[in-house]
Design a protein around this ligand. Structure first.
Ligand code: ADP
Length: 635
């Protein structure tokens, strides 16, 4: 009411002046001011204002201090508390002291005008009893709030569904002051509602508590998705017995509708529930629904994990999963056995745990380049594995290992057989060649005979080449004649280029070699020369007259990189994966007249791999090919 006195206690002249001139006087109030707690107390005692606007942070006595002192003296004056730092604890203390309103600085003028209006409203408690009642209600609210927040915490921190559901039911009974409470969940597939947690429900009854969705109050809540409050009138028969009052709240799960019901009942006493209990129970039901959903999702994820573990455990292939830092996340028994790893290697660094240097190389190279890599790995027990490392986004790397020992053995037997046969063919072939060469010497041959002899000689040369290549391949693969020594590749390339210069000139081709001094590599000079020769010979063979063939060699990241490039006919993409296979030749019109055994590149690959190197091809049909190999620089 205008004309009433309002006391403003604040140590800031500015705030006091704003409140006076912009909020209170325009509304017709009479303003009394105090600049600190002590003078505020005095003014309150002497002037008995209708309302106090009280700052909390003041030098000397704080706002709540002042208020408490006044109340101890029996002076209950409606108060608005102003504070610069709102906290939950302060708010609770303020409410307990019966503060009318709680305004956080900086405030808007309108906000303060409304607070003053509310503060001056007539319905304020006047008597001590009324104040006591208000305090109790506040305490109750604080208790409810604390209960709700504790349940919220346990939902997010506990994965044990039964514990959470039991807590939710206990909390429901506690905050609504009900006699008993229970939580029902619908059976999967939309069946009955089944009791999952209860408080104060007798055991006999609890065991039998199974409610059909149809024709039951709980079922009605499931179907409507709305809470239910029954409090007046005749006692109702609910789930088999009479109750005076009940509140049911639905458990709603996103995307799955209503999955259950949380209920509290009063059976013995006719004590009603109120709207407020419906709100509280609905909040608790929401928590329970979140907990049920969490548990379901967790269970699904666990099941998937179990399945995956079972598959990995049973599979014969070795599988190791690594994080981006190459620490082991999972290692199945097959991989553990193959690599001779202990039982629990999870979390350990693969580079420290795995003994095989070739596998460690594979892992470090793949992690450095981010590309998938494949290689052969020998283990201590003499077995050979084909290992593949694949980078996988958001995981790290997957290492798969297949036992190829038996394939290697087959390969070895086959090579041995081929070597033996080739060797045994050489002797009769030498005889054939000798006699054919003699033919012309023992008597004159007519023109046709000369042509036939020439054809026989050409075929013998082809067969001899073939046998030579086959024997070579056998020896290289068996590791014969492979003594290694430190060498300079540029010297070896020099020799090979000189040897082929004439051949290239005859075809009108340019042969380029960008010579550079290279670091030492460990290798067999004869075999490496054979590699360069094969690549140069192919370059010249499969390049048209007037084209070019170029060799370059550089050092990159601990490897010597040699590249033989031409601008010849190129290799179709479909043939590229096979050109390093034995006897593979590209069947095309333009290659028909070019002679070859199909073994040259197989030899090249074998030699490079025996030197711990790698070789690959890049080629465009009609434009040319580039064969690149890398050998590790000597430490
Ligand atoms: P060949 O004795 O047939 O030359 P290789 O093993 O050396 O056998 O090569 C296999 C096949 O790869 C060849 O038949 C040829 O089709 C193809 N090839 C090899 N090098 C080249 C190249 N520089 N340009 C085009 N094709 C090539």
């Amino acid at each position: 009411m205008a004309g009433e006195r309002i006391l403003v206690v604040d140590d800031s002249d500015e705030v006091r002046s704003i409140l006076r001139s912009m909020v209170l006087e325009p509304a017709g109030y009479h303003v009394i001011e105090a600049g600190d707690g002590v003078s505020g107390l005095r003014a309150a005692r002497e002037e008995r204002p209708a309302l106090i606007i009280l700052d909390q942070q003041m030098p000397g006595r704080s706002g709540l201090d002042v208020l408490q002192t006044l109340q101890q003296e029996g002076l209950y004056i409606p108060t608005i508390l102003m504070t610069g730092h709102g906290s939950e604890e302060l708010a609770v203390r303020a409410l307990r002291l019966g503060v009318r309103d709680y305004v956080i600085k900086p405030f808007e003028l309108d906000e303060m005008v409304r607070a003053v209006q509310r503060g001056m409203a007539e319905d304020r408690p006047r008597s001590i009893e009324e104040l006591g009642k208000a305090n109790r209600r506040l305490e109750e609210q604080v208790r409810e709030f604390a209960t709700l927040s504790a349940i919220g915490r346990s939902v997010t921190s506990s994965l044990d569904l039964q514990t959470v559901l039991t807590r939710v039911v206990e909390a429901s009974v506690f905050v609504t002051r009900a006699e008993e409470g229970f939580l029902l969940l619908t059976e999967p597939g939309g069946g009955d509602l089944v009791l999952r947690a209860a408080k104060n429900v007798d055991e006999k009854h609890a065991r039998a508590l199974r409610v059909p969705v149809r024709d039951s109050l709980a079922g009605r809540v499931v179907e409507s998705g709305e809470p239910l409050l029954v409090t007046q009138g005749q006692p109702k028969v609910v789930t088999g017995y009479l109750v005076h009052a009940l509140v049911y709240a639905p458990l709603r799960a996103a995307g799955r509708g209503v999955i259950g019901v949380l209920g509290v009942t009063n059976r013995r006493e006719d004590r009603p529930f109120a709207e407020r209990d419906v709100h509280l129970l609905s909040a608790l039901a929401d928590y329970a629904a979140v907990a049920v959903e969490n548990a379901r999702l967790y269970q699904e994820a666990e099941m998937e994990r179990h399945k995956m573990r079972a598959v990995l455990r049973e599979t014969e292939e070795g599988v190791v999963i690594l994080n981006p830092r190459l620490e082991i996340l999972l290692c199945n028994p097959a991989a553990g056995a193959a690599l001779g790893l202990g039982l629990d290697v999870t979390g350990r660094s693969a580079l420290e745990t795995i003994h095989q240097p070739s596998l460690r190389d594979l892992l470090t190279t793949s992690s450095r380049t981010g590309r998938p890599l494949r290689g052969e790995v020998g283990t201590r027990d003499g077995r050979t594995y084909s290992a593949q490392v694949t980078p996988v986004e958001e995981v790290g790397f997957v290492l798969m290992m297949q036992d190829i020992t038996h394939l290697k053995e087959l390969d070895r037997v086959k090579s041995e057989f081929v070597s033996t046969v080739s060797h045994d063919l050489r002797t009769p072939l030498t005889t054939v060649r000798g006699y054919v060469d003699l033919l012309a010497k023992v008597g004159p041959l007519n023109e046709q005979q000369q042509e036939f002899v020439a054809r026989v000689q050409k075929s013998i040369t082809h067969i001899t080449d073939l046998i030579g290549d086959l024997l070579d391949l056998g020896r290289i693969e068996a590791g014969y004649d492979l003594e290694m020594e430190p060498l300079h590749l540029e010297g070896i390339i020099d020799g090979a280029v000189e040897e082929f210069r004439l051949v290239a000139e005859e075809k009108g081709q340019t042969l380029r070699w960008k010579r550079r001094v290279l670091p030492l590599v460990r290798g067999n000079p004869r075999r490496l020369r054979q590699v360069i020769e094969n690549l140069l010979s192919n370059g010249i063979k499969y390049t048209q007259e007037g084209g070019w063939v170029a060799v370059e060699a550089t050092e990159e990241k601990g490897y010597v990189v040699v590249r033989v490039t031409d601008n010849g006919m190129g290799i179709p993409p479909s043939a590229q994966p096979y050109i390093f296979d034995r006897f593979y030749r590209v069947e095309r019109e333009e290659t028909e007249t070019i002679e070859g055994t199909g073994l040259g590149l197989a030899i090249v690959k074998s030699v490079i791999e025996k030197h711990n190197g790698r070789i690959w091809v890049d080629s465009q049909p009609g434009q040319g090919s580039a064969f690149t190999f890398v050998l590790p620089v000597m430490e």
